[in-house]
Design a protein. Structure first.
Length: 211
């Protein structure tokens, strides 16, 4: 199934389904129904069935989905059946916290490279990975076979570094800097802005918690 044939909203829910399926696997649950998945996700069974139908003919009516098989299928659709090699650019507090997070490998990602501009950090160890200078960014990404880059850099420096990342052939970027990136159409960017999300939560509080 081509990615463009799957609605963006469905793509955004697939990682949530996978997380729930992994929990079901951990709980040694061999079969799971759309109702159970919906309860774990916070949606409805019809939506679950519709989303999963985009991935093919899955599950058995009246019985449910084989957990192991569905994990394999959703993982393949997300492209995380095998570990994706990723790099972090910017080893400040946020970059350091990301590198030390142990859950990435369980979700299909391996942080294989870290880059920073600080002379005090270059050459030091970052949880098993030697921090490299951003001067080596272009060559380093290629050497490590990186597919996804996480930008944890100051806003003012991010676009110039992203230009180099794109020039190195990277097609997927997770941007944590509070700046809108300009990239070619064939480069996928996901923007994460925690301050924006906090402001949205504050809005709900200001409205008395109503959504």
């Amino acid at each position: 199934m081509e990615r463009t044939q799957i609605p963006e909203t469905t793509i955004q829910r697939l990682p949530v389904y996978l997380r729930c399926l992994l929990q079901a696997q951990q709980d040694r649950k061999p079969v799971i129904s759309s109702v159970e998945i919906a309860e774990m996700v916070g949606t409805n069974a019809a939506q679950v069935r519709k989303d999963l139908s985009y991935l093919g003919e899955l599950g058995t009516r009246g019985i449910g989905y084989d957990v192991e098989a569905l994990i394999a299928h959703v993982s393949k659709s997300l492209g995380v059946s095998e570990l994706r090699r990723a790099a972090i650019v910017g080893y400040g507090r946020l970059g350091g916290a990301l590198k030390s997070y142990t859950g990435f490998s369980d979700r299909g990602f391996d942080i294989v490279a870290v880059f920073d501009a600080s002379p005090d950090k270059i050459g030091t160890d970052a949880d098993g990975v030697t921090i490299r200078s951003v001067d080596e960014l272009d060559a380093g990404l290629a050497e490590e076979g990186v597919e996804i880059v996480i930008m944890a850099t100051p806003a003012a420096e991010t676009q110039a570094l992203v230009d180099r990342v794109v020039g190195a052939g990277i097609k997927a970027i997770l941007n944590l800097a509070p700046v809108r990136l300009q990239v070619p159409d064939d480069v996928a960017v996901r923007q994460v802005c925690m301050s924006t999300d906090l402001q949205i939560l504050s809005f709900y509080l200001a409205q008395g918690g109503e959504r």
